[in-house]
Design a protein around this ligand. Sequence first.
Ligand SMILES: Nc1ncnc2c1ncn2[C@@H]1O[C@H](COP(=O)(O)OP(=O)(O)OP(=O)(O)O)[C@@H](O)[C@H]1O
Length: 716
Amino acid sequence: MSEGQENIPPPTRLPRLQTPTKVTGAVGKAGVGDHKRKFLSSPIAPPAKRVVSGPSAGVSDIKAPQRGASSFAPAPRAASTLPPRTTTARPETRASTRSSVTAPTKSSALAARRPPSASSSVSSSASSTTARSTKPAPAPTRRPMNAAGPSRLVAQRRPVGAGAATRPTKAQDHVSLESLNHMMEADMLAAVTQDERDTRKKLSEASEELASLRLVHARETADLQRQLEQKERANRNLEEEMQQGRDELIQEREIVRKLRAAEQDKHMTLSAQLSASQAHNSALQGEVERGALAVSAMQAELKVARDKVIQGEDEAAQRILDAQAECDRKVAAVEEELRNAETIRRKLHNQVQELKGNIRVFARVRPALPHEQNSPEGLAQIAYGDERLAQETGQSHLTVTTRSESATGKEREQVLTFQFDQVFQPKDGQKEVFAEIMMLAQSVLDGYNVCIFAYGQTGSGKSWTMEGGEGDNAGMIPRAIDMIFAVSSQLKDRGWKYQMEGTFLEVYNEVINDLLGSGQFDSKKHEIKIDKDNVMTVTDVVSLPLSNARQVSILLERARSRRAVAATLMNERSSRSHSVFSLKVKGSNPLTGEECSGILNLVDLAGSERLASSGAGANKDRLKETININKSLSALADVIGALGQGQQGGHVPYRNSTLTRLLQTSLSGSSKTLMFCNLSPLNAHLGETVCSLRFATKVNTTPAGNAKRTHGRASG
Ligand SMILES: Nc1ncnc2c1ncn2[C@@H]1O[C@H](COP(=O)(O)OP(=O)(O)OP(=O)(O)O)[C@@H](O)[C@H]1O
């Protein structure tokens, strides 16, 4: 054997290689656990547990379990490569191992380098034969060599080569034997060498195959290891989940246990409550039964009471009927008394009015207007009498102080005192003024003729007093109308029914204009006629039936818009005509059979200023207006004066002016007359103020006559 061949393992130790698929297949078919189990017990266990120094050891380890120990007994070289751990095997194993190991010792190796001895050749031959016997059929060139050794070969050749005829000598025999041995050894060596080459080649292939198998195995092992780890992790997770589930199950069981305990407690509580409720129900049932008995008793009592009530109601109804009848009788008696009282009141009322005088005069001083506050001549010096004394005596005083220059140039101061039925100061409003005339106006409903004048110079406040402004500033006409309608409505309860109609006329330049006419200017000629019953009528004038105060206010507005107004120096709205509003009232009382009729005349006279201060000048129309105004006012004063002198039966100059003719029936003895003397507070108007006061005094000093009412029994 050469040096290069020493490391080549003997062919006898070459195992038969198994295909890797066998191992892989076994692992693949088994489960993870099985694989693990088989893996651990497999000859190709993890390298850490085995020390494999060469490919032969691995191969023998793989084949050993399958082929058994008979054909692959551990070779000396293979044994020498085993790790020390193998030497700690059982004694017999160690002995066999030692014996195996001693075979390829150094001496034996040296012996192998020497020419092989017969014994060694035989031994080698034997081992080779043994080795070959385990292999497939050797090459046909191999000579049959068995355990008989060279001696047998010599013995066999002897008859073949020399035959019986030629017997060699001892030396020749020795040489030929030796050469034969050499030849045999050479053959054997060649054969062995060839075997070793084949074996080495196969070993190399097997090593490569083993390396690839190991690689595959390592990969598979790594894969399996990963899978195993994954499985282990999954297993741990499953175990953790199982543990968690177990814990939850324990908790759930605990909750169920508590719930059952609570439910049991609740059940016991409810049972106790049910028992208590049942007991309570029983008690209530008893009470209900007792209540039902009580109700039955009460119903019986109620029935009795109802019967009593019905009987009482019948008796009460009868008593009510009796009382009602008695009441009706008493009401009728009271109403009769009231009617009698009303008649008495009317008589007394008119007696009072007559005592006050059928011709009365009220003086009224208006306040200074805003633009008059700074008048250069200032306010006139007017003084008023004591109001309390006036109420006691029924007469009021007004004092005017005048200053004038005498013919000698000396200033003369004159204090003039006038007495009237009432004096109203600038501070007195419309309401206070009307309070003094409302009883007079109401006399119309009692069948008396009433005539109220407003007299005074232009701008003294006549229109303000008679018509006034809005709301609280309403004058005597709207207030008197409202009151008459209100009182007539009240008198309905006492059986009185009233019919009213109104006319609104204007006397301008002694001509009568109908302020309720259809055209803007009245072109008709109106005549005043008085029949034998002393009833005065004006021809072709509109007389509007009036049923409420609202209609009257519309009538007044219509008349106001048609009234002739001319500008003068003293008042831009100065009225240059006399306006006469007449409200005719007819009343009847079917209960008493009484009838009555009266006329309320509310007269806003034209300005009374003297001709010199009227501003007429060369204006003929204005001059004519002033002359006619003064003429009519003078005639009025004459009439009132005549009436005051007691000339009722004598001559009264009614025909001296259209105004006095128009007011004849109202001014005659059957009427009540009131005159407002309106006065300006200005010093500049003091002269006209004194003239107005003197005119009013003339009217006021007229002795009062007895007013007559148009009153009688209804014919039917
Ligand atoms: N008592 C009063 N309180 C407040 N203002 C008044 C009063 N009297 C009159 N006036 C005012 O004085 C002014 C003149 O009054 P009014 O027009 O009534 O005078 P008149 O005498 O009717 O004049 P005419 O004769 O020209 O019609 C008006 O602006 C009116 O509002």
